[in-house]
Design a protein around this ligand. Structure first.
Ligand code: SF4
Ligand code: SF4
Length: 445
């Protein structure tokens, strides 16, 4: 066990700035050129099933999985493939990409129909065939998550509706609009995986979502009705981090380098579980995503329903454009998001937010010497010593990184947020984790 048992909730209280809260999703279409990545998920991704010049339809499979951990890729538009290429996206990801010129007709692929599902295997196959990965941000293949290793018994399904990152409200809106779909998805997962209990965790800054979820749970006539509970969590970042959420909702502690399945738990995001219900009803693969777009440079903020593969540049233009020069675009929330500098970067399956900041908000503070105040350790939800990890990473000392449990860092950024010296803690710890991975690879050879 790594965590000390503590009754104290650990984390930080960044300003919420959820100005898009309560804004209904606006569907945005009409993109002329879309770029569908084939390998931006946890696992090996897939290989192209189409070539330059091929015609494709909406929902058509265009990427074939390369292994058990992969999911297929699908086209979000109808049109013509203009390029199949490998490229480095500005996020640093090396991506295999299929570029499609839309014909504007949105012709649906005729092979799309509800899957035949009658047991766990066919249920997991349907989920995989739809290209589903965790929609909360991790992009972990859902069919793998729902198929725990031999010998692990899952007794609790945890549904993550915390959405603890500031600014993002897409999950909040999804719970208000589609609570019945979330509950339908929960019932399917509990049924096919034989899970007797489900806990839905939502932070108390989303009262409408909590009410909608409770109403949907009360209304369901399923055999699993009694097993589903909605739990209100205190608003505290990073309550939605998987291991932290499990601790708050089940009082169980995932061991270091362990999985939720080690403590009998599987965690799904609200969007993921709602999408499972849609897959089983319609067979439509994952080709669209609910995304919050906000930030000091945007003329207008809101929640949008976007096709996967749409370029950020066109999206910003279509939703009202910017009012001042852009300093930075972040994919994800302000605490854990990844900065991108190429506006042709496409929306991905796990994109939940785009933050477009003005030049002032994009300024990176200059770091100074550590004053050993201890705030970073005090606020670390994983009870790590960020300053020691930071120094070990700067020294490239893998032994120390190991000793200080670098791989237990969830990269939440709480340490950086509270540091009065503005130390680049989480940035260096990320480098430290990569050093650890490289060392591990070398050892394995
Ligand atoms: S060390 Fe890692 S887990 Fe701890 S506060 Fe920093 S980023 Fe979060
Ligand atoms: S919060 Fe910053 S200044 Fe304080 S101990 Fe941690 S790294 Fe040093």
């Amino acid at each position: 066990m790594f965590f000390r048992k503590t009754s104290r909730a650990i984390g930080v209280h960044p300003r919420q700035n959820k100005s898009t809260q309560g804004m209904a999703f606006v569907r945005v279409d009409g993109f002329s050129r879309l770029t569908i990545p084939l390998n931006l998920q946890v696992g090996p991704g897939c290989s192209a099933l189409v070539k330059k010049g091929d015609e494709v339809k909406v929902g058509q499979r265009i990427g074939e999985p390369l292994g058990h951990w992969s999911v297929p890729a699908h086209s979000s538009v109808s049109g013509t493939v203009t390029e199949v290429k490998k490229d480095i996206l500005s996020s640093g990801d090396v991506a295999d990409l299929i570029v499609i010129q839309s014909d504007g007709k949105q012709t649906l692929d005729e092979s799309i129909k509800p899957p035949v599902v009658n047991d766990k295997e066919s249920f997991l196959a349907a989920i995989r065939n739809a290209g589903l990965v965790g929609l909360g941000g991790a992009a972990f293949p859902t069919h793998v998550k729902l198929d725990p290793p031999e010998g692990k018994v899952i007794d609790t399904l945890v549904i993550n509706g915390a959405e603890c990152e500031p600014r993002i409200t897409a999950d909040d809106q999804l719970m208000r609009d589609r609570a019945d779909r979330v509950v339908a998805g929960i019932n399917l997962v509990c049924h096919y995986l034989d899970i007797p209990r489900c806990v839905i965790g939502i932070e108390d800054n989303k009262p409408e979502a909590i009410a909608a979820m409770q109403k949907a749970v009360d209304a369901t006539g399923s055999e699993h009705k009694a097993a589903i509970s909605v739990v209100t969590l205190k608003t505290l970042y990073p309550t939605g981090a998987e291991k932290v959420l499990i601790r708050y909702l089940t009082d169980r502690i995932v061991p270091e380098n362990g999985l939720p399945a080690d403590v009998g738990v599987v965690v799904l995001n609200v969007g993921t579980v709602a999408f499972i219900a849609d897959i089983i009803d319609t067979g439509m693969p994952l080709i669209r995503k609910f995304v919050t777009i906000d930030g000091s440079a945007m003329a207008k903020s809101g929640n949008y329903d976007l096709p996967i593969g749409a370029p950020i540049e066109d999206i910003i233009e279509k939703v009202g454009g910017t009012k001042v020069p852009v300093g930075k675009i972040v994919m994800g929330g302000p605490m854990m998001g990844v900065s991108i500098d190429d506006t042709l970067h496409p929306v991905l399956k796990h994109t939940n937010s785009l933050l477009v900041a003005n030049e002032k908000d994009a300024t990176i503070p200059k770091e100074s010497n550590c004053i050993h105040c201890g705030r970073c350790s005090k606020h670390c939800p994983m009870q790590l010593m960020p300053t020691d990890l930071d120094m070990a990473a700067r020294r490239e000392n893998v032994e120390e990184l190991r000793e200080y449990h670098v791989m237990n860092c969830i990269e939440c950024g709480c340490c950086t947020f509270v540091c009065p010296a503005k130390r680049y803690l989480v940035q260096n710890i990320r480098i430290g984790k990569n050093l650890w991975r490289q060392a591990k690879k070398k050892e394995a050879k």
